[in-house]
Design a binder for this molecule. Structure first.
Ligand SMILES: NC(=O)c1ccc[n+]([C@@H]2O[C@H](COP(=O)([O-])OP(=O)(O)OC[C@H]3O[C@@H](n4cnc5c(N)ncnc54)[C@H](OP(=O)(O)O)[C@@H]3O)[C@@H](O)[C@H]2O)c1
Length: 281
């Protein structure tokens, strides 16, 4: 299949390039293809004629989005609309990558695909606007794949930060937040479901984080155990780490649509173990 990947040089995009190497790929990223420039997108789509566009490009720095609201919406909403319009023009379907941040994280259970989004951050609001733009332009030819707590080769990610800080074995105990819960997810696991979605298109919103759940502290503990990192860890609360953009207390995503379709994401511990076999920090 001919697949165009926006943001193909980013953390997820790089894994996708490897996983989808058997397909014909076109990487659309800065500086060659700027998603805020409809003409550049149209030219790329008309030349390459993708059958599917996997739209990874985004403004992903959650705290920066709070202080740069206009830019966040330009990239995450208008950029997504531009991608969808150019894809529609080329006859392609779009798989847009989105996030658990479309929810405020107050629910006491995993979020389902039918739950009403209620973003509490500019990042979440701009990504939700991007979801809606794609759905509006390509009502019958799109998938919104929501993922969460992502790490992948080269980072940047929580896993990379912890491994860097953990290298100081004699350092004071590392405080890690233990009152936010989610599904740690590797880019490999996401690339796997994206490869499957190319052959099994599902229209609309699909949740695609890894199976199983833990807190950031739980993830850090498992990471350090598996990687043999000796620096001690200490659980703490969100209140001890104030951030410009509030982090959702609950980022868990229920994966009903994938289960119904017969696809199961990797368990987060298995995905992490596989990642540690190859990643060099
Ligand atoms: N990371 C997470 O924890 C997480 C969780 C849930 C969902 N997601 C979603 O997953 C997707 C991939 O995330 P990621 O972590 O792989 O992000 P990333 O590493 O930041 O990659 C995004 C890519 O998009 C590019 N880009 C930015 N502005 C662009 C523009 N105007 N035109 C074209 N390309 C542009 C970036 O280039 P520059 O680096 O040069 O800016 C970068 O290569 C995003 O949609 C994100 O919202 C991520």
């Amino acid at each position: 299949m001919r697949v165009l990947i926006t943001g193909g040089k980013g953390m997820l995009g790089r894994t996708l390039q490897r996983r989808l190497a058997g397909h014909e790929l076109f990487v659309a990223d800065l500086p060659e293809v700027d998603m805020t420039d409809p003409a550049q997108l149209r030219e790329a789509m008309r030349t390459f004629r993708p059958e599917t566009v996997i739209h990874c490009a985004a403004m992903t720095k959650v705290d920066d989005c709070e202080s740069k609201r206009e830019l966040a919406f330009l990239l995450n909403e208008t950029g997504s609309r531009n991608v969808a319009v150019a894809a529609a023009d080329a006859g392609a379907r779009v798989i847009g990558i989105s996030t658990d941040y479309v929810f405020d994280g107050h629910a006491a259970r995993p979020y389902s695909e039918t739950d009403e989004p209620a973003p509490a951050t500019v990042y979440g609001a701009s990504k939700l606007a991007g979801e809606r733009a794609i759905a509006e332009v390509l009502p019958d030819r799109h998938t919104i794949l929501r993922i969460a707590w992502l790490y992948g080769s080269g980072g940047p990610s929580f896993v990379h930060t912890l491994m860097r800080l953990g290298a100081d074995a004699a350092g004071a105990p590392l405080k890690v937040v233990d009152d936010q819960i989610g599904n740690p997810t590797s880019t490999d696991a996401v690339a796997e479901v994206l490869a499957w979605l190319l052959d099994h298109p599902i229209n609309g919103v699909v949740h695609g984080s890894c199976e199983g759940e833990t807190t950031w502290y739980g993830l850090a503990r498992t990471l350090f155990e598996r990687a043999g990192v000796k620096r001690p860890l200490q659980p703490c609360t969100t209140a001890e780490f104030p951030r410009p953009a509030p982090r959702p207390a609950n980022s868990r995503l229920e994966k009903a649509r994938l289960h119904e379709a017969g696809f199961r994401m990797a368990e987060w511990q298995d995905a992490l173990a596989r990642f540690l076999q190859t990643e060099r920090f």
